[in-house]
Design a binder for this molecule. Structure first.
Ligand SMILES: [Zn+2]
Ligand SMILES: [Zn+2]
Length: 170
């Protein structure tokens, strides 16, 4: 449901401006008018649309017709370009979403499921942090500190009372 809403929002974001749509219709109408020589007003075209293709006035200038055809072609190209950009944007957006989703999955996995102890290289039990910021199992680091009072990774000083067990970490 949420995803569907998201998709709709995304589409709405890329929908053309209403002014552009009106302008496009007007341009299209003008092109048809130049070709057909009929219905200069849009309202007339809308009400008598069925006659467009069978009524060409006898004195309609061939030059206007050519201009109209060229104009129509131009509009068609513009529309194609717009459509292409639209699809491109949607595609880019989808790729971005996909990448974000994958990134979320990997970070969630590493945060929720696995914190490697740097001594036993297994998943830490009772994750414990040294003052230097390295993470170990409580038992692993305690054993190490009893032998030598320093972090086994970076060798900075570390006392047993400085160790912090991260109760709310996993
Ligand atoms: Zn360990
Ligand atoms: Zn360290």
């Amino acid at each position: 449901m949420y995803q569907q809403q998201n998709q709709t929002q995304k589409l709405l974001k890329y929908l053309p401006d209403i002014n552009d749509v009106v302008e496009g219709i007007q341009d299209f109408h003008l092109a048809i008018f130049l070709i057909q020589g009929t219905y200069f007003e849009i309202s007339k075209r809308l009400t008598q649309i069925q006659f467009i293709f069978n009524r060409i006035p006898p004195n309609h200038n061939i030059k206007y017709k050519r201009i109209g055809q060229a104009y129509l072609l131009l509009l068609f190209l513009q529309f194609t370009k717009y459509l292409y950009n639209f699809i491109q944007k949607i595609n880019n957006e989808n790729i971005k979403d996909q990448v974000n989703k994958e990134r979320n999955i990997t970070t969630n996995e590493s945060n929720d499921k696995f914190t490697q102890c740097l001594i036993c290289y297994d998943n830490s039990t009772n994750v414990t942090c040294t003052p230097c910021g390295h993470l170990f199992c409580w038992d692993c680091i305690m054993q190490q500190i009893n032998l030598k009072q320093q972090c086994p990774i970076c060798r900075s000083d570390c006392q047993a009372q400085q160790l912090i067990q991260l109760y709310n970490y996993n």
